[in-house]
Design a protein around this ligand. Sequence first.
Ligand SMILES: *Cc1c(COP(=O)(O)O)cnc(C)c1O
Length: 498
Amino acid sequence: MLYTSTRDKSVRVPSAQAIVQGISKDGGLFVPTEIPKIDAGFIEALVPLDYISRAKKVLSLYLTDFTEEEIEMCVNGAYKDGKFSSKSVVPLVRYNENADILELWRGPTCAFKDVALQLLPYLLTVSVKKTVDGKTIVILVATSGDTGKAALEGFKNVPGTKIMVFYPNDGVSPMQKLQMATQEGDNVCVCAINGNFDDAQNGVKAIFTDKAVAERLDKNNMMFSSANSINWGRLVPQIVYYISAYCDLVAKGRIKNSDEINIVVPTGNFGNILAAYYAKRMGLPVRKLVCASNSNNVLTDFIKTGTYDKNRRFYLTTSPSMDILISSNLERLLFHLTGEDDETVRRLMSALSEDGKYTVDESVLSQLSEIFDAGFCDDKAAADTINKTFKNGYLLDTHTAVAVNVYDAYVQRTGDRTPTVIASTANPYKFSAAVLKAVAGDKAAEGLDEFEQVSRLIELTKVPCPPQLADLKSKKKRFEKCCDKRDMADAVYEMLGI
Ligand SMILES: *Cc1c(COP(=O)(O)O)cnc(C)c1O
């Protein structure tokens, strides 16, 4: 299987090169030239297997330039005992008679990004061996919170790699800041910058594309790669869990093999829901993909009208990982829905960068409405959903609450009782202040620091806090540096010792 670029169909590279490069030279994203097919027999064979064995089978359909031993080594390394707090890695928990919550946050940083970012470093080191053997890979990340920490945990002490994370000094939650400041590992570095997330992101992009920086790295036998969600190596691990969740529903007797399901995903950059789209295209029996957004509802409008328009107010919400107006991975969907028309994708993407908007044609719009449904809710509605769902015995985080709210509204509107999987993307203690207020009223978090809020939430809900969050309080801070935007390249040199 080969990979091509959404902006230039003449590109043909094996998966290892797509993973090492991260993004195609023409600015497009790597996509598989054909989508592998699975059938009921494939699912039946997966049902009795554990997550690791299922992952091997699914990944080997996409990473055809990897040997079986290589895939085995990668998957074992990422998901072996103890890395995830559930034996099934991504357990299903019942929400109601029709729907199950898929807990994707059982990894080391308590966010769903762990599922991909625990595996990516292994995929990347194998890919490096196949393409640019001997080079040290330098991962640069700009983060608004969750990605940085998950990438640090994934890459810590991975031989042949170094990772440096930049975050906006005033743009992440206290818990997220502490998670990064206390990061362990001898190949990691974290630096705050004076500025907002866009400053961090633009700074990282500028370093990435600076020829002088690249030459200096090259002289030292190093090269940059990326760990953000446009890397194919981050998307492909996410396809696994939708197929695995389907198998679990069959195993539990909730559905029969070949029955249709719906999948609801709280969405930001469109990576997680795109993985579900690939699973559907592979042949997993999926009826609707429901795209859930917060007040930054650019995707809701797009799926309903065919017009993507980022020229709108930007809201800071209680689900910050979904506060996004440009969903990068949508480009891959456009490529597939236009019949792999790279010219149209180029036109739409240049309209997006010039005017901040574009409109797709009738054919794409009708496919969008066929495959997807979409909805959004604001912070108040998400808080009400947390409150109500907690009274029924389950504590949601703010992102998953958006998905549950949108799902409930979808069922009300359509009467669709198809068995449903709702992707749960974070542990509630990562967003203690908002969750505490949702459960106990707006005044409940007043005057309490991050850890007092955690304690109060434990007291009130009796839901245990994952040790990796609770233990942060007593951990030593290693990284407290804050630099100016223009000094970011120097910070990188300093970290690399070059
Ligand atoms: C990153 C993130 C999302 C959004 O996922 P996308 O793949 O960017 O759509 C949702 N919830 C949480 C908690 C996240 O960290």
